[in-house]
Design a protein around this ligand. Structure first.
Ligand code: NAD
Length: 426
């Protein structure tokens, strides 16, 4: 069901933002929500631009930052903060728009947001990083809070940065306010599941998809591209569930073993040497990344970067299911080619949402000063992730000829649309 887009879309300099708006338009048209709804969602509700002065060795440096609050029809804004030297406001707008959809699809009481600071964290001292992080929290004090906007980490940000920010915010409020930031250290109101929540969530989507589209996850063969936080934990949990991870790749290359890897052993070698290709266990051979992406496996999981399955290789892909653990790894032209060949693509806004669902659970804990143990938290995560999967699957079955991404987008949009209708916004 690939539709022509109509042309009422503002064109931005950011290819990424244009593509997000095109996808949004396509889903709004396909779901029959109407032009007004697109007009509303095509712009963020609030865009905050800040300049953070930092005094280092007696001289002042200014860091530019943003917070884009896209839509809060469903609840407080929620989304990560990225630190990157090339980040732009328009890319931040695109990311905030995706967060509105992701939060809705996963049944969270949140709207979408995203923040950024133009900084290369590898080029500044720890003191400067701390000063910039605290400066960001100070500059946004009126615009964030447990029932306003709840930031979390993203690219190049981590629990330490969240700890500095929650500390700064709490000092300004004159009391501890843990529910303002999520993915904090375990000792500072965080939850131990956070470390692996995105990989675990992606494994749950894969398990659920294998139950519906294959003979179950036990014995299913899997190729994984990317062996960082998401790819490693996904491989760990899929192996625990009985799948066979037969190929693993990272920036250094890829390895194959028809008997399946023990992901923990591969990770130990990668941690020591910097890449998985130095793993030489019995039955292992090196392969190229092109070969990994086109292996004859049941499930292919791109968990590294965007655009790796594209027009040039989509027709060579042999996997039955593709799970988008990374953001945007399958281009839209590739998806059309895969769709025609009966290969199912499960979209990123569901597959990699384990992190934000975990953030929601941490926020609920913090609001009530609850402490849930690891097993209890994992159960809650499984319940929420499986709920989202089932909603998408049921909707997809009723939408004759649609892709699973179409079903996911429309499910997410429907919830936002209903909330906006009840509020009288549209
Ligand atoms: P990471 O930095 O921990 O790991 C990235 C992995 O990808 C590494 O193994 C790296 O070697 C590999 N890689 C990088 N460039 C590559 C290339 N060109 N070809 C092959 N391999 C390459 O990152 P992560 O946190 O695991 O995130 C992976 C993806 O998942 C990203 O798209 C990210 O935006 C997305 N994501 C992550 C989270 C999270 O909680 N970490 C949440 C949602 C989405």
């Amino acid at each position: 069901m690939f539709m022509e887009l109509n042309s009422s879309i503002t064109r931005y300099n950011s290819l990424f933002l244009n593509s997000v708006l095109s996808n949004l338009k396509r889903a709004i048209d396909l779901g029959g929500f109407g032009e007004e709804f697109f007009t509303y969602l095509s712009r963020p509700m609030r865009t905050i631009s800040i300049n953070i002065p930092v005094k280092i060795n007696g001289s002042i440096r200014i860091y530019e930052g943003y917070r884009v609050q896209h839509n809060n029809a469903l609840g407080p804004y929620k989304g990560g903060i990225r630190f990157h030297p090339e980040v732009t406001l328009e890319d931040d707008m695109a990311l905030a728009t995706i967060m509105t959809l992701k939060n809705s699809l996963n049944g969270l009481p949140y709207g979408g947001a995203k923040g950024a600071i133009r900084i290369d964290p590898s080029k500044v001292s720890k003191e400067e990083l701390e000063a910039v992080s605290r400066g960001y929290a100070r500059a946004l004090v009126q615009f964030i809070g447990p029932d306003i906007d709840i930031p979390a980490p993203d690219l190049n940000t981590n629990p330490q940065i969240m700890a500095w920010m929650v500390d700064e915010y709490s000092k300004m409020m004159g009391r501890n306010v843990p529910a303002t930031f999520t993915a904090k250290p375990v000792q500072l109101w965080g939850n131990p599941v956070r470390e692996y929540s995105t990989g675990y969530g992606a494994a749950l989507w894969t398990r659920n998809a294998a139950r519906k589209f294959l003979k179950g996850i036990e014995g299913a063969t899997v190729a994984v591209q990317g062996f960082g936080n998401v790819g490693y934990w996904l491989s760990h949990f899929l192996t625990e569930m009985g799948a066979k991870v037969v190929a693993i790749g990272d920036i250094g290359g890829a390895i194959y073993n028809s008997n399946g890897f023990n992901p923990d052993e591969v990770k130990a070698v990668e941690r020591k040497t910097g890449t998985v290709v130095n793993y030489t266990g019995p039955g292992t051979r090196k392969i190229g990344m092109d070969e990994l992406l086109t292996l004859n496996v049941d499930i292919l999981v791109p968990a590294a970067v965007e655009g790796v399955i594209n027009y040039s290789n989509a027709n060579a892909v042999k996997a039955k299911l593709i799970m988008e653990a990374a953001n945007g790894p399958v281009t839209s032209d590739a998806e059309e080619m895969l769709y025609k060949r009966g290969i199912y693509v499960f979209p990123d806004i569901g597959v990699n949402a384990g992190g934000v669902v975990m953030s929601y659970l941490e926020w609920v804990e913090n609001l009530q000063w609850f402490i849930w143990d690891e097993e209890e938290t994992k159960k809650k995560l499984d319940f929420m992730i499986t709920n989202a999967f089932n909603r998408v699957y049921d909707r997809w079955q009723k939408m004759n000829g649609a892709t699973i991404r179409d079903a996911a987008y429309i499910d997410a949009l429907d919830r936002i649309y209903q909330a906006m209708k009840w509020r009288g916004w549209i």
